[in-house]
Design a protein around this ligand. Structure first.
Ligand code: GYE
Length: 329
């Protein structure tokens, strides 16, 4: 029919334009048609927010790699730590027919419906940093990020072996309620200290991964708890806020109250070097390069690994002194 032949001619035109564009980029390696490897990939990314230094480094990593020069058009949305904003952004990416959707889910639950919508629209989804709790794991192509249970465990082992040789009272500042890192870090820590009868977790409250809430919650704990020996904070920013509260209460962070946290951002590593934090388990935020590789592959219809675990280190005060000068974030 007329419309069909018109459609076919238009497609032909698009194909010619695509080949010319690729040749114009100087790629040179593109053979015939169809390969998505050399064409621009439009990717919608729904970020958690800007709650922490970790998040700032993560956003920067993503934005610096998903660039025009690297063959991407990035549509970036900041959810301001609200899952409903992320759902809205994902729906908008679907409506815009992006090639790939990536996001770091604020909380683990509530994603089935919107991910089914993405699947119905044949748009592959990559989870970065945080996991989802869905019934059908074919709703996403891959999940790249750290093992948060392991991070919590490593923090717990340090507390147990370093401070838990005598009876101690521990307070815990949890991350955002319902988020994968808060759930998993709490779990890993609890597992690691379970066998040590000297350790008592006397309070565990959320500080929502932010410096201001970390400070505020620690102020309350300093008033309500007769004895605090150790603070376990699910991220550096909450530890840094808590340090302000501890100093304001006339106590020495790192000495009167020992502090263990997770992330390893510059400010945290600085406080560790200064003796105000005792130990940090690293969580690597530089997920941009791996996300770029994955996004190209899924946009091209390729298969990818379902789970990619980022490698993390851990630092005591001496190790932080060595690592700090060359720290990238
Ligand atoms: O530890 C914290 C951030 O999801 C791993 O989110 C991330 C966590 C990180 O706000 O600082």
């Amino acid at each position: 029919m007329n419309r069909n032949s018109m459609g076919a001619r238009m497609l032909g035109l698009v194909a010619v334009v695509a080949v010319v564009t690729v040749a114009g980029c100087g790629g040179g390696g593109s053979s015939s048609s169809g390969s998505g490897g050399d064409k621009t990939v439009t990717i919608g990314f729904a970020q958690v927010g800007s709650e922490s230094g970790w998040r700032t480094a993560n956003t920067q990593s993503i934005k610096s790699v998903l660039t025009k020069e690297n063959g991407f058009t990035l549509k970036f949305a900041d959810a301001q730590q609200k899952p409903e904003n992320q759902i809205q952004s994902i729906r908008s990416f679907i409506a815009q027919k992006v090639d790939v959707i990536a996001f770091s889910p604020v909380v683990t639950t509530g994603w089935d419906t919107v991910l089914e919508e993405a699947k119905a629209a044949k748009i592959p989804v990559i989870l970065t940093d945080r996991a989802v709790d869905v019934k059908d794991d074919s709703l996403y192509a891959s999940f790249i990020g750290s093992d948060f249970v392991d991070e919590g465990k490593r923090a717990g082992v340090y507390v147990s072996t370093t401070f838990g040789t005598a009876p101690i009272s521990v307070v815990e500042l949890q991350g955002t309620t319902g988020s994968a890192p808060a759930i998993d870090r709490k779990k890993g820590f609890a597992e690691a200290i379970a066998a040590n009868p000297n350790i008592k977790v006397v309070a565990s409250q959320t500080g929502n991964f932010t410096r201001s809430e970390g400070k505020q919650v620690m102020e309350g704990l300093l008033q309500s708890q007769p004895k605090i020996d150790v603070l376990f904070a699910h991220n550096d920013d909450m530890a840094l806020g808590a340090i302000e509260a501890i100093e304001a209460a006339g106590k020495k962070p790192g000495q009167d109250i020992k502090i263990v946290s997770i992330d390893g951002v510059k400010d945290g590593m600085q406080a560790l070097t200064d003796g105000k934090i005792n130990y940090i388990v690293e969580c690597n935020p530089l997920l941009g390069p791996d996300l770029a590789t994955l996004a190209k592959k899924v946009a091209d219809g390729g298969t990818v690994e379902k789970r990619i675990v980022t490698k993390d280190e851990a630092f005591d005060q001496a190790a932080a002194k060595v690592a700090l000068p060359s720290r990238k974030y």
